[in-house]
Structure formats: structure tokens, C-alpha cells
Design a protein around this ligand. Structure first.
Ligand code: COA
Length: 329
């Protein structure tokens, strides 16, 4: 009998209504639609504009719809993990706020901050609680409100990021489908290339940090770009090798959506059929912890039970890795 795995038994995505187009960005910074489209693949991104709304409000919408869709009683949820770098507050965590707002009373929750790899790290962490037999129903949320930490006068970053994400329900599966393997890596020396300078214990907020615009995303794009392709390709190869798979065995490659040239680079280096690569960056930009669940949500109608998916990510930290799962429904 196959061992007990954790499988995704439902997914719900969400993006806020407001759409920030490349044309609108042209009026805000010195950029143009042609540059953004050819250099990143992004045409538009969704932005959370409603005053007073934050990460947990997006999480509430996703989780409520997920519970409804999977006909799950909130009382049965035992753990909620929220993967985000833009939680409502520095503390407490956003997972517990989502539980509070959705009437999930019998769960404990915590956040995972692994930038663009957050959702993958959270998915595998949640899966372990199911594989071990500890829990039967775990929710993993991956979302970000990147607009809350973006400087809309900095053309190097404001064109890239958007808001949104998704939530999945994990349940035990003994039919061989579910989360099978993950390879994850980290390299703290990468933090110099992608970070927020102030607001943490290193540089608590002050007038000076505000004046120096240190509460926004700082990115040196080129080193991140190169490391992202290498990290994703190598971790995909590692997972393929460990599981005795070739590219022909894989039905879908689900890459973190950071730049279409990164996605194409990864697909080309692995000689992957582009038809099998999920891409929606043109509509949402980089939603950090939100890109992978947003892809799964959009492709859900096309996925078939037993499909082999490779989810791969690279992000600030640096953090990166690949998860292999077999779709369960
Ligand atoms: N509009 C127009 N021109 C722009 C621009 C914009 N929004 N942003 C930068 N430029 C200019 C630069 O000033 C530079 O001009 P110069 O040659 O006169 O100096 C030129 O375009 C090239 O800039 P560069 O930064 O070298 O572009 P790039 O090809 O590296 O693309 C990124 C920039 C950020 C899109 C790219 O590096 C990237 O995607 N990096 C990885 C992002 C990522 O993965 N981030 C999250 C981690 S998951």
C-alpha cells in the first residue's frame, strides 16, 4: 500500500479588483509598455487599493471560498500556514488573523517568510503534519500585498510586483497521489541583492529610514536573474534524478512568475515543451508568495488526477527549490 501522503484537495486564488496597467505606469515613472513587456513579460498587475485592507483580508476571501468549495467545516481545520513577506503587521502573524476572520477556531497558525519560495516551503511543511499522521486538514495560504512595500517612483521595481495569491487544502491520501518530494536550498549571502533595508531589528523605523526610502523593496535585478535560472534548473534536475523521472514524465512545470525571460530560460535549459509550462505573469506580475497558488488555481480545470507537477521557485534570501507532486483530483 502506498504510504500516506498529503494531497491538495482544493485550491482558491484571489486578486484584488484594481488593475495597474503598463500604460498607467508610463505616467508614473520613466518607462514604457514595450520595455516592460519585452524585458519582463508583464502587461498588468492587480493592486489592493481599498483603504484599511491588508494581507489577512485577501486571505479571508481565499480561505472562505476554499472552505465553501471543498465543503469543509472550519471547525475541522487543524493548522493554517500563511506564507507571506507582507503580513498585516511585523507581529503577530497573519495566519492567526486569517483564522480569526474566517471562524477557524480549532487550529493553530504561523507564518513563513521565505519570499518567493514561501508557498513551496509552506506546502511541504504543512504536508509533513499530514504525512506524520498528526493532522487531517491543513490550509496553506500563499499571498502578498507587494504594493505595500513598493516605491512607485522606482522604475526598477514598481513595474514587476503585484498583489494576490491563493490557498490550498491539504488532506491525507493513500492512493499514491500527493506531495512526493521536495528539494530546497538557501543562501543567506544573497540578501544583499534583494531586501527591505529598514523596519527590522537591524534598522528600526526612524525619520531617517523613511527619508531614505528604506521601507521599500530594494533589488539588484541582474544577480537575482542569473541565480534564479541556475537555482530553479538545478533543483528541478535534482528532483527528477531522485525520483527517476525524465522531462517526458512531467505533465506540468509550475515556475515562480518573476520574469518571462527567467521562465523561458529555465524551460529552454531543460528542453521543456512550452505548452507544459504554466505562465500567467502577463496578468499578475510577481506576487511573491502568491504566484504558484495563482497558477494552480487558474490551471485547476485542466489538471487531471495523477498528473505529475513540478513546482519551482527562487526568491529573496536567497531561497529556492522544487516540489514534485501528483495531482489528486
Ligand atoms: N523601464 C525602462 N527602462 C528601464 C526600466 C524600466 N522600468 N528599468 C530599468 N531600465 C533600464 C535601466 O536603467 C538600464 O538602462 P541603461 O542600460 O541605460 O543603464 C536598462 O534598462 C537595462 O536595465 P537592467 O537592470 O540591466 O535590466 P534587466 O534586463 O536586468 O531587467 C529586471 C531588470 C529587474 C526586470 C531583471 O533583472 C529581473 O527580472 N531580475 C530578476 C527579478 C526577480 O526575479 N525578482 C524577484 C526574485 S523572485
Amino acid at each position: 500500500m502506498p504510504k500516506r501522503l498529503a494531497s491538495i484537495t482544493g485550491i482558491q486564488g484571489y486578486v484584488p479588483d484594481y488593475i495597474l496597467t503598463n500604460k498607467e505606469l508610463e505616467k508614473m515613472v520613466d518607462t514604457n509598455d514595450e520595455w516592460i513587456t519585452t524585458r519582463t513579460g508583464i502587461k498588468e498587475r492587480h493592486i489592493l487599493k481599498e483603504p484599511g485592507k491588508a494581507a489577512s483580508d485577501m486571505g479571508k476571501i481565499m480561505v472562505e471560498k476554499l472552505l465553501e468549495k471543498t465543503k469543509t467545516n472550519p471547525d475541522d481545520i487543524e493548522l493554517v500556514i500563511c506564507c507571506t513577506v507582507t503580513g498585516d503587521m511585523v507581529f503577530p502573524d497573519t495566519a492567526n488573523t486569517i483564522c480569526y476572520k474566517t471562524g477557524i477556531k480549532n487550529a493553530f497558525g504561523f507564518d513563513i517568510n521565505a519570499a518567493c519560495s514561501g508557498f513551496l516551503f509552506g506546502l511541504t511543511t504543512g504536508a509533513k503534519f499530514i504525512e506524520s499522521g498528526t493532522y487531517k486538514k491543513v490550509i496553506v495560504v500563499g499571498l502578498d500585498v507587494m504594493s505595500s512595500i513598493i516605491d512607485y517612483t522606482d522604475r526598477a521595481t514598481c513595474i514587476i510586483f503585484g498583489d494576490g495569491g491563493g490557498a490550498v487544502l491539504l488532506e491525507p491520501d493513500e492512493s499514491g497521489n500527493g506531495i512526493i518530494d521536495s528539494v530546497f536550498h538557501g543562501d543567506g549571502s544573497g540578501r544583499e541583492f534583494l531586501h527591505m533595508k529598514a523596519g527590522g531589528s537591524l534598522k528600526p523605523p526612524s525619520h531617517e529610514t523613511i527619508d531614505r526610502k528604506e521601507h521599500y523593496v530594494y533589488q539588484d535585478g541582474k544577480p537575482v536573474f542569473k541565480a534564479a535560472i541556475k537555482g530553479m534548473v538545478e533543483s528541478i534536475k535534482e528532483v527528477m534524478k531522485r525520483n527517476g523521472l525524465t522531462k517526458e514524465d512531467i505533465n506540468w512545470l509550475v515556475p515562480h512568475q518573476a520574469n518571462i525571460r527567467i521562465i523561458d530560460g529555465v524551460a529552454e535549459m531543460l528542453d521543456f515543451d512550452k505548452e507544459k509550462v504554466m505562465v500567467n505573469i502577463h496578468k499578475y506580475g510577481n506576487t511573491t508568495s502568491g504566484t504558484l497558488p495563482l497558477c494552480l488555481w487558474e490551471w485547476e480545470p485542466k489538471l487531471k488526477k495523477g498528473d505529475k507537477l513540478f513546482l519551482t521557485s527562487f526568491g529573496g534570501g536567497f531561497t529556492w527549490g522544487t516540489t514534485y507532486l501528483k495531482w489528486a483530483y
